[in-house]
Design a protein around this ligand. Structure first.
Ligand code: PHE
Length: 374
């Protein structure tokens, strides 16, 4: 090997130790420029002397220069890898050690007050033997009205401001799906309109069509009415329906079940009012109410007439009564063998009482500041 070639090898050795000692990426870059930079790098400068060498020495010199460049470049690459790895470790170690950073907020999900109330309602009725079931929100006129003794033109229809659905195309399919297990049941007329159910009472009929007594169900679910909203009314709201059919049920059982429910959900404080009412599908019928928690039943607050109960001092909680014999006959039950009671109430009314919410609209505005506070 010529002396010049030896010089190149020495230079590569020197470069290797400098590179191995480079403290950071900037120092490494400076060494890269100095040794293998394309214009002023040591290797480039050495190669520029090539033409002045004797022809016999040129191949060996060229080979030595290339070998030196390869050693330097692989040293650069190795050190570059080391520096990146330790920078990463430093970052990780630094982050783990910085206990002063505020933690990320963990948002834990929770039940909406309406869902909570439904769960509470179904839990209490489960304790009295009622199974929770659900039914369709888009309903036939037949189940929502006709089978409940509310034929077209009946004045009770005025109470239920109904949202109608134009479902011409889907009618036949849906009718075919309302199977009744071969029992004698009035067929819904094929020209029936559909609607958004105005109450959960259609499920009284649907459940009785599908089951034989004894029946005990509670049916929570969404209902719809075409109505202006105020502190206690929404056009989309929830009801819970109860239905019990057996051989020996009376009005006393109905009263006992609803009193027990009121006490379990509100404690013994709340006053309960039970008085006659009218529904086409129950006979006799009654209405149950609780005293208003805002004005404590007085009907007035400091601001004047109580907005929550409308000044009456009472919040109507549910309609109820003994299932009408006509409804029993319609589903193939024999009213001389079985009787039963039904009740239906607003879930939001109970949720308002339970959470002290003065306005039903607060439940549906999806304002987390409110929903997380109750
Ligand atoms: N469905 C009736 C309503 O919404 C309430 C009710 C249910 C009454 C069951 C009697 C029996 O007004």
């Amino acid at each position: 090997m010529s002396i010049v070639a030896n010089d190149l090898a020495d230079m590569a050795t020197r470069a290797e130790s400098e590179i191995a000692a480079a403290a950071d990426e900037a120092a490494l870059d400076a060494l890269r420029v100095r040794y293998v930079g394309r214009r002023e790098g040591e290797i480039t400068k050495a190669l520029k002397t090539l033409p002045s060498l004797p022809a016999a020495e040129r191949p060996a010199f060229g080979a030595a220069a290339n070998a030196a460049r390869e050693r330097i470049e692989s040293a650069l690459e190795r050190r570059g890898g080391e520096l990146r790895a330790s920078a990463l470790e430093r970052d990780i170690a630094g982050a783990a050690a910085d206990l002063t950073l505020p933690p990320r907020r963990v948002r834990v999900g929770r039940y909406h007050p309406i869902s909570r109330t439904i769960r509470e309602i179904t839990r209490i009725f489960a304790g009295m033997g009622f199974e929770a079931v659900e039914g369709p929100e888009v309903e036939w006129d037949y189940y929502n009205f006709e089978a409940l003794n509310i034929p077209p033109g009946h004045p009770a229809r005025d109470k239920f401001s109904t949202l109608w659905v134009n479902a011409e195309g889907s009618m036949e399919v849906a009718l075919a799906a309302t199977g009744t297990g071969g029992r004698a049941v009035a067929e819904p007329s094929r020209r029936q309109p559909m609607l958004l159910r105005t109450h959960t009472s259609p499920m009284q009929i649907r459940v009785m069509e599908q089951r034989r007594p004894p029946v005990r169900v509670v049916v929570p679910g969404r209902c719809y009415r075409f109505e202006a909203t105020d502190a206690t009314h929404e056009s989309v709201f929830f009801q819970y329906e109860g239905l019990a059919i057996d051989e020996q049920l009376s009005m006393a059982d109905l009263k006992g079940v609803l009193y027990s429910f009121a006490r379990q959900i509100f404690g013994s404080e709340r006053k309960v009012r039970f008085r006659p009412d009218y529904f086409p599908f129950t006979e006799p019928s009654a209405e149950i109410a609780f005293d208003c928690f805002v004005c404590d039943g007085s009907g007035t607050t400091n601001a004047g007439r109580c907005a929550t109960c409308g000044g009456s001092g009472w919040i109507e909680a549910a309609g109820c009564g003994m299932v009408h014999p006509e409804a029993l006959r319609r589903v193939g039950y024999d009213p001389s063998q079985v009787q039963g009671f039904a009740f239906g109430g607003g879930v939001e009314r109970l949720a308002m009482l339970l959470t002290g919410t003065p306005d039903i609209r607060l439940f549906h505005q999806n304002d987390l500041r409110y929903l997380e506070s109750v």
